[in-house]
Design a binder for this molecule. Structure first.
Ligand SMILES: [Zn+2]
Length: 132
């Protein structure tokens, strides 16, 4: 299997073999040694799986800052994956709380939506003031 840096244009044009080579992993075979989805660490660097071309045996990957333990994220305005750091811009479509999978790395995530309330305040009429 070849690991190459994912390029959506080359992938769409079925030219995966032109993507930049990360490494040839001769001993590793997709669907025998691993399944598609998740991360791969090559020479100490972390990547997430983006695409796999079965015919050419090419795994397209993207470098990520992998946090295998995952970190709790509190009160974040972005729905950020605690494992790969990808932001889910469609998180508003999710229910108020539950579990979901990261669309980028397929890790499982638990979440709850926190709604904060803010006020806009305008002066209208001051209470009577007695000056002595
Ligand atoms: Zn992720």
């Amino acid at each position: 299997m070849e690991v190459r840096l994912y390029d959506s244009k080359l992938s769409m044009n079925n030219k995966c073999e032109e993507m930049e080579l990360v490494k040839v992993l001769a001993a590793i075979e997709m669907y025998r040694d691993l399944d598609f989805g998740g991360f791969i660490i090559v020479d100490g660097k972390s990547y997430r799986h983006c695409m796999y071309n079965r015919e050419k045996e090419i795994l397209g990957v993207e470098p990520v800052e992998l946090n295998e333990e995952g970190e709790e994220i509190d009160y974040s305005s972005d729905f950020t994956c605690p494992y790969c750091g990808a932001v889910n811009h469609d998180a508003w479509e999710l229910s108020d709380e539950g579990e979901t999978q990261c669309g980028s790395c397929s890790s499982e995530i638990e979440y709850e939506r926190v709604i904060t309330i803010e006020y806009n305040i305008k002066p209208k009429k001051c209470a009577p003031v007695t000056e002595c």
